[in-house]
Design a protein around this ligand. Structure first.
Ligand SMILES: *[C@@H]1O[C@H](CO)[C@@H](O)[C@H](O)[C@H]1NC(C)=O
Ligand SMILES: *[C@@H]1O[C@H](CO)[C@@H](O)[C@H](O)[C@H]1NC(C)=O
Ligand SMILES: [Zn+2]
Length: 294
C-alpha cells in the first residue's frame, strides 16, 4: 500500500515537473501550489518612485573576474550556463551568509519590469547559501537563494561579452534535454555585470518557475547592459519539445505588502533622518500658520 502511494506520488511529480510552459494549456495561469497561492512571488514591476532609498552595502563579487570554461544546456525552458572549476562567491549587501554561484540562465523578454518597461532580455545569476548542501536543499529555506538579475536593453551593436554564450546557444538550440555543449571560449562572469554593480533594487521574492519557492533575495541591477536585436533573436530561436520557445518570462506578480529597496552608495539613514526632520519642522510651521488664519 505504502509502496503503491510512493510510486503514484513519484509519477505525478515527474508529470507536473515536465508539463509547464509559458503559454497555452500549460501557461503560468495553470502553475500550481506556491505559484498560485504564494504571497511573495516573483517577478514584480519595480516602481522606482516607491523604492526605499538606503545604503544596504555593496555586493561583493568574489572570483567573478576569473575566466571560466563551462557548458550550456537547453532544458526546454531556458538556456542554462554552468561554469567549471573553483566556486564563485557572492556576499555583502547585508546578506546573512556567503552564496555560491550555481548556474546562470536567460529570460527573453525580461521578467522584471522597471516602471512598466520590459527589456528584451534578463540574465539570472542563481546562488545558494553555503550553509546548505546544495541548491535544491537551499530552496527550502528562508534566505536560501540569492538571484542577481541583469537587464539588457536594445543597442545597435552586438555585445561582445555575450559571444561565448551565444555561439554555444546556437549549437544547443535544437538539443532539448540532456546534452550539454562545452563553450569554445572562456567566460568572465564580471563582464556580464554592469560597470556599476553597487547600485541595485532588492526585495524578497521567489523562483519564477515551478515550484516558485519563496526563498529568494532578489538583487536587480539598476544599470542595464546593451544587446543587439540579432543577439536577442538567437534566444528567440531556441527550440523546445513543442516548437520554438519564442518567449519565457513569467508575468508580473503582486507586490502585496513587500517593500523594494533601492541601494544607493553613501545614502545613509542619517541624511534621510535629516530630510524627514526638515519635513516635520516645515509641517509644524504650516500647521501653526493654518491655526493663526482660522
Ligand atoms: C507539447 O505538445 C504535446 C503534444 O501536442 C502535448 O501533449 C504537451 O502537453 C505539450 N507540452 C507543453 C509544455 O506545452
Ligand atoms: C541535496 O542535499 C540533500 C541534503 O543533504 C540531499 O538529500 C539531496 O540528495 C541533495 N540533492 C542533490 C541533487 O544533490
Ligand atoms: Zn530565471
Amino acid at each position: 500500500m505504502n509502496l503503491f502511494y510512493l510510486i503514484v506520488f513519484l509519477g505525478l511529480q515527474v508529470v507536473t515537473a515536465s508539463e509547464w510552459g509559458y503559454w497555452g494549456k500549460y501557461g503560468p495561469k495553470t502553475w500550481s501550489e506556491l505559484c498560485a497561492t504564494g504571497k511573495r512571488q516573483s517577478p514584480i514591476d519595480i516602481v522606482t518612485e516607491d523604492a526605499i532609498r538606503i545604503d544596504l552595502g555593496a555586493l561583493k563579487f568574489d572570483r567573478y573576474d576569473f575566466a571560466f570554461s563551462g557548458s550550456l544546456i537547453n532544458n526546454g525552458h531556458t538556456i542554462q550556463v554552468k561554469l567549471d572549476g573553483v566556486p564563485i562567491h557572492l556576499s555583502g549587501g547585508s546578506l546573512p551568509s556567503v552564496y555560491v554561484l550555481e548556474q546562470m540562465h536567460f529570460h527573453w523578454s525580461a521578467e522584471h519590469t522597471v516602471d512598466g518597461v520590459r527589456d528584451p532580455l534578463e540574465l539570472h545569476l542563481v546562488h545558494y547559501n553555503n550553509q546548505y548542501a546544495n541548491f535544491s536543499e537551499a530552496t527550502q529555506h528562508e534566505n536560501g537563494i540569492v538571484v542577481v538579475a541583469v537587464l539588457f536593453e536594445f543597442n545597435n551593436y552586438d555585445n561582445p561579452d555575450l559571444m561565448p554564450i551565444l555561439e554555444t546557444t546556437k549549437i544547443v538550440s535544437n538539443w532539448v534535454g540532456k546534452n550539454m555543449a562545452q563553450m569554445r571560449n572562456k567566460l568572465i562572469p564580471l563582464l556580464l555585470l554592469p560597470k556599476d554593480h553597487t547600485t541595485y533594487y532588492s526585495y524578497e521574492g521567489s523562483l519564477t518557475t515551478p515550484g516558485c519557492q519563496e526563498s529568494v533575495m532578489w538583487f536587480v541591477m539598476t544599470e542595464k547592459l546593451p544587446i543587439s536585436e540579432a543577439q536577442v533573436n538567437v534566444f528567440r530561436h531556441v527550440q523546445n519539445s513543442n516548437g520554438t520557445l519564442k518567449y519565457n518570462y513569467r508575468p508580473k506578480q503582486e507586490l502585496g505588502n513587500r517593500k523594494v529597496h533601492h541601494r544607493l552608495e553613501g545614502y545613509n539613514s542619517a541624511s534621510s533622518l535629516y530630510a524627514s526632520n526638515i519635513i516635520s519642522v516645515v509641517n509644524v510651521f504650516l500647521v501653526s500658520l493654518l491655526y493663526k488664519n482660522f
